[in-house]
Design a protein. Structure first.
Length: 264
């Protein structure tokens, strides 16, 4: 276990939090999909065929992610998968990471559609609303695929910590605007979290480039519209005090995937 600081954007200050080893917890899980359902995150062994994270995403990584989603995350479910053609990369020499506790997905379908329009186009927002409104659609998930890339060693420098959604008090969740995320004056709203000592944090130590961390950022079910933040995984990069000064700078990418879940 590691004790370190988590920094909620609301206060712009560090708080000490105990961050548990999620590998030990996941070893007791009966299945990958079951662990994802219970804890809204799961670590998967996955050796990608991607060699160039600029050129290979559309033709190589997207099919890999679609296969993981159908066969390992949501086996037996009817789904429609929506992916972008690029990934968001971080790290390297500049060591610029998201050290504020946040969640990129909102709490409601309406907020998600509004954010989609702000980040892309009004037509994309309209198309998503129409798709979600279909009778055959039972729900929607926004899932993040996060992994180290182009590294020789396991991650020790600024690993990613996740907050268990079941430990989050809804009163501690609030909407926040992320600056410089959109263009043309459009506004997108995301989620921030006030610190609460009752929150449970965990991380996967020493992740390698042959692993991918999957975690939920939003989840909407038409039959349970007021579920609250049960699948909004707040997360942050953090300084691991056990990491050696010469640790290889973390390089990583994240790929956000939308999944329409159809009725059986």
């Amino acid at each position: 276990m590691v004790f370190t600081g988590v920094r909620p954007p609301a206060y712009r200050q560090d708080h000490l939090a105990e961050i548990a080893d999620a590998r030990a917890m996941q070893r007791e899980a009966p299945s990958e999909s079951g662990f994802l359902t219970e804890h809204a995150c799961v670590l998967l062994p996955h050796q990608t065929a991607v060699r160039d994270w600029d050129a290979d995403v559309a033709n190589v990584y997207r099919p890999e992610v679609a296969s993981i989603t159908r066969e390992r995350l949501l086996p037996g479910r009817r789904v429609e998968i929506f992916q972008g053609t690029k990934v968001v990369t971080r790290g390297g020499g500049k060591r610029i990471y998201g050290e504020g506790v946040h969640c990129d997905g909102p709490l409601t379908p309406d907020s998600y559609a509004t954010n989609l329009g702000a980040l892309t186009t009004p037509q994309a927002e309209l198309n998503w609303r129409r798709n979600f409104a279909r009778d055959e659609v039972a729900g929607f998930m926004l899932i993040n695929f996060w992994r180290p890339i182009n590294m020789r060693e396991p991650v020790r420098d600024y690993p990613l910590a996740l907050c268990d959604p079941l430990s989050v008090d809804p009163d501690d969740v609030f909407s926040a605007r992320i600056p410089r995320l959109t263009s043309e004056g459009r506004v997108s709203r995301h989620l921030a979290l006030r610190f609460n000592p009752g929150q449970s944090w965990r991380y996967y130590p020493a992740m390698t480039t042959n692993e991918v961390l999957v975690f939920k950022q939003s989840e909407f079910w038409k039959e349970s519209p007021d579920a609250g933040p049960r699948a909004n995984v707040f997360h942050t990069a953090f300084r691991d005090p056990t990491a050696p000064p010469e640790a290889e700078p973390r390089r990583s990418c994240e790929h956000r995937v939308g999944v329409m879940i159809l009725r059986d």
